[in-house]
Write a protein that binds this ligand. Structure first.
Ligand code: ADP
Length: 258
């Protein structure tokens, strides 16, 4: 028996296949916005990787911003529930989840059983989300995956005072023209995201163990700054961006085994 979890996000489509032992058999991440063929590509990739056919899948659960747009799912489940399930599978002792995706940031509180008991979300403003980092990386002509190494080279992180992405963009361009180094700018950019999300997290209350999920978790510059802002260690797994899809697969597993 195989089950499939698909997370159709604002920026990427993710898919995870699990077997009847609740083990991850294959996974894929495709950068593509909702409404494009990102979902089909993610499915094609995950099936190829596993060596399975679509007919081998007993249950499919879709989650994420674009879950309603996918007709092949047996169930559609909110990304909040799926991130909680996915994180609980990897870090059973996590009590706070900071999920920063391409277009929003969420902080979830989990109880001892890993169930979500509270959450807070910013989906109104690009600052404090992956979008902010994508825009800034573009200005600096860096790939998004290079932000971590650049931030870690910083001697004196730049201060980015504008909270609005559009104004912050002009601020970065002026600082660049004034000679601020790329590493200092990148560290300041990561810090700006961390400051926004940390204030969101403090509003809901931060209980350890704190874990990051979502694509921005891959950026160690943001993880380091967030850890400093909150005064806690941040647990990180290389499956961070897959947590929603993983949670969707776990939801499917429970449905099949009930
Ligand atoms: P969504 O679910 O909303 O589509 P994701 O959780 O997939 O979003 O996160 C997408 C964001 O993750 C991107 O906007 C980007 O900023 C960040 N990201 C993706 N890949 C990397 C990487 N290799 N290194 C750093 N950040 C990354």
């Amino acid at each position: 028996m195989y089950i499939l979890g698909i997370d159709i996000g604002s920026t990427t489509s993710k898919a995870v296949i699990m077997n009847d032992k609740k083990e991850i058999v294959a996974s894929s991440i495709v950068v593509a916005t909702v409404g494009t063929d990102g979902v089909s590509l993610a499915l094609e990739e995950v099936l190829n990787q596993s060596g399975l056919n679509a007919s081998d899948i007993s249950c499919t659960v879709a989650t994420g911003y674009g879950r309603q747009t996918y007709e092949g799912a047996d169930y559609q489940v909110s990304e909040l529930s799926c991130h909680a399930l996915g994180v609980n599978y990897i870090f059973p002792d996590a009590r706070t989840v900071i999920d920063i995706g391409g277009q929003d940031a969420k902080v979830l509180s989990l109880n001892e059983s890993g169930r979500m008991v509270n959450f807070i979300m910013n989906d109104k403003c690009a600052a404090g989300t992956g979008r902010f980092l994508d825009v800034m990386a573009n200005i600096l002509k860096l790939d998004i995956s290079e932000l971590e190494s650049e931030a870690r080279k910083a001697a004196k992180p730049a201060s980015i005072s504008s909270t609005c992405t559009v104004f912050a963009e002009s601020e970065v361009i002026s600082q660049l023209a004034a000679g601020t180094s790329i590493p200092d700018l990148v560290a300041g950019i990561c810090q700006s995201v961390a400051t926004r999300v940390a204030s969101q997290a403090k509003r809901i209350g931060v209980k350890e163990r704190v874990c990051m999920s979502g694509g921005v978790a891959k950026n160690g510059g943001v993880r380091d700054a967030l850890s400093k802002e909150l005064g806690v260690e941040i647990a990180y797994s290389d499956k961070a961006q897959l947590m929603g899809a993983l949670g969707a697969a776990l939801y499917a597993f429970d449905k099949i085994n009930k």
